[in-house]
Ligand binder design. Structure first.
Ligand SMILES: Nc1nc2c(c(=O)[nH]1)N[C@H]1C(S)=C(S)[C@@H](COP(=O)(O)O)O[C@H]1N2
Ligand SMILES: [Mo]
Length: 414
């Protein structure tokens, strides 16, 4: 097994190191311009029409290709077995609009904060890194549509396996500190993020996402310039992105250009017409069901995955096997990961490895000695500190969002 990748928390790189690396980002951005994807083999995701090519893009190792323009790239599950943090060059990629930034000149790059504020801000990268205290948090970034390919009946959208997620150590500044400086006017209610990407048609709605002001000011929502102690890869939002711990990645707007404070709810297409889920337990409804209230997607639920054994593997009878994987609690910390080798009838508690904070992946381990030859179904179930556990039945909704059913791995005992 490859060595575990680790990044120390609480030992933030000096800000001048980041400034040096961000300045080099001019060159990094240039590499991404016009990158020609190179073919690098194929992979089969475990559902119908799941054959995918692996392709390398700029600053990325070969990843599972769902779409070239704009790129949808999925992280192979094997990466999650190699450590608790997802390496930047293996981190999944998702963009909506066709015209994405491929190079940034950090000498002319500016972030603006404007709208319902007393003191609008326009800052370059150097001042942003210098003028505000650095903040660091480990957090899972997961696409709302992660695992959509498993929905039954199938639904339209990017047909992801389970790899539209990743865990990183994010470094940057608290959004709260930036907003405090802009000094929201009385009546300010929402904060809206905009990035540098655009549609290719004039009528394509710009990708804009909003949070309530209180949420934006909670001291965890941040503007990140670092990912695992490196500048963000171009495809993951260089030079700055929003990080919204515990919330689905649709709010984690990349390549931020401006932040607008609103005195009214945001009714732009990406808030009102997309990323809606049924307002029901587990965001669950029946196909074709009418009259279901839909609300903007928000927080994540718990999930867990065995990563060192794949479906269909053979395990030796009477031989002790170590089972390990990753889990996360969603919008709060993980309390337990339970393991079952009898299809979910009985459960045993796994041992949790080092805790990097409540929004991070956490690794788990358990010893398992199969005693009977034949087929077995292995399952893991995460339980978070709100007492929420993964459901045994998969949820369904028309956009294929927020799957977090207990996963099953079928093994042969020989
Ligand atoms: N500017 C911009 N930011 C964006 C998006 C986008 O299309 N444009 N997509 C969002 C969605 S839906 C997801 S899942 C995450 C993906 O983050 P990643 O590409 O860094 O993995 O970016 C979010 N931020
Ligand atoms: Mo997403």
């Amino acid at each position: 097994m490859a060595p575990t990748r680790d990044y120390t928390i609480g030992n933030a790189l000096a800000r001048r190191d980041f400034l040096r690396m961000l300045t080099m980002g001019v060159a990094a951005g240039a590499v991404a311009r016009g990158a020609i994807p190179a073919l690098a083999g194929t992979i089969q995701l475990p559902f119908a029409n799941g054959a995918r090519r692996l392709q390398a893009f700029a600053q990325k190792r070969p990843l599972i290709l769902l779409r070239t323009r704009s790129p949808l790239l999925e992280t192979p599950m094997a990466v999650f077995n190699q450590g608790v943090f997802t390496p930047n060059d293996a981190f999944y990629v998702r963009w909506h609009l066709a015209d994405i930034p491929t190079a940034i000149d950090i000498n002319t790059y500016r972030l603006r904060v404007f709208g319902h504020v007393n003191s609008p801000i326009e800052t370059d990268l150097r001042s942003l890194v210098h003028d505000y205290p650095a903040f660091e948090i480990a957090a899972v970034n997961q696409c709302s549509g992660n695992s959509r390919g498993f929905f039954n009946p199938r639904v339209p959208g990017g047909e992801w396996g389970n790899g539209a997620m990743g865990n990183a150590l994010w470094t940057g500044i608290r959004l709260k500190d930036l907003l405090a400086k802009a000094n929201p006017r009385a009546g300010a209610r929402f904060v809206r993020f905009n990035g540098l990407d655009k549609g290719t048609q004039p009528n394509t709605p710009d990708f804009l996402k909003s949070l309530e002001l209180d949420h934006a000011m909670n001291g965890e929502v941040m503007i990140a310039y670092g990912m695992n102690h490196q500048p963000l890869p171009m495809l993951n939002g260089f030079p700055l992105r929003a990080v919204v711990p515990g919330w689905f990645a649709t709010y984690w707007v990349k390549s931020l250009s401006d932040i607008e404070v609103l005195d009214h709810p945001d009714d732009n297409f990406w808030m009102k017409g997309a990323y809606l889920v049924p307002d029901t337990p587990h965001f669950n409804m029946k196909p074709g069901q009418a009259g279901v209230k839909m609300v903007p997607i928000s927080t994540m639920g718990p999930r867990s995955f065995i990563t060192n054994i794949s479906d269909g593997a053979a395990l030796k009878k009477d031989r002790r096997t170590n089972i390990s994987g990753i889990a996360f609690g969603g919008d709060t910390g993980l309390t337990d990961v339970m393991f079952s080798s009898d299809g979910g009838r009985t459960w045993r508690q796994t041992r949790l490895d080092r805790d990097y904070g409540k929004y991070s992946f956490r690794r788990f381990q358990i010893q398992f000695t199969p005693v009977q030859a034949g087929g077995a179904v292995l399952m893991v179930k995460a339980i978070n500190s709100n007492g929420v556990e993964q459901p045994m039945e998969p949820n369904w909704n028309p956009s294929g969002y927020a799957r977090n059913v207990v996963e099953q791995i079928r093994v042969r005992i020989v």
